[in-house]
Design a protein around this ligand. Structure first.
Ligand code: SF4
Ligand code: F3S
Length: 136
């Protein structure tokens, strides 16, 4: 089992979660974070830290697609271990979201890596996803 980040994180990206992970297995895209399933030790500490309930165990119904997304993007996005300032419009998105809100069909692109060399021009290209492609 692992924990995953789902669409509730997109554009909210509050990053409270990264501060508590004992194994630093969060990875940062432009609009959301993901968890590396191979590094997560299933401690569950991060789940209650997320104010928008974006972190769930992969055993929850509907988690399969998010498990794949987390696994795929954790390979190319840079590791994040310290909370940063959330996006300027984070509060606005937080107020309007539910897990069934299709307005979340937005890209979650990889950020520019300024200290982590995992992101190459090739992986940046591959790191552009659309939520509609995930069946949302
Ligand atoms: Fe990190 Fe534990 Fe959350 Fe996994 S469940 S991402 S190990 S805090
Ligand atoms: Fe996202 Fe929640 Fe962490 S909004 S960045 S999963 S605290």
């Amino acid at each position: 089992m692992t924990y995953i980040v789902n669409e509730s994180c997109i554009k909210c990206k509050l990053m409270d979660c990264v501060e508590v992970c004992p194994v630093d297995c969060f990875y940062e895209g432009e609009n959301m974070l993901v968890i590396h399933p191979g590094e997560c030790i299933d401690c569950g500490v991060c789940e209650p830290e997320c104010p928008v309930e974006a972190i769930k165990p992969d055993t929850e119904p509907g988690a399969e697609k998010w498990l794949k997304l987390n696994a795929d993007y954790a390979k190319t996005w840079p590791n994040i271990t310290v909370k940063k300032a959330p996006p300027a419009d984070s509060k606005e998105w937080r107020a309007s979201r539910t897990n069934f809100n299709t307005s979340r069909r937005i890209p979650a692109r990889v950020i520019e890596a300024n200290r982590d060399v995992r992101v190459t021009p090739k992986s940046r290209h591959l790191g552009t996803i659309g939520m509609s492609a995930m069946g949302q």
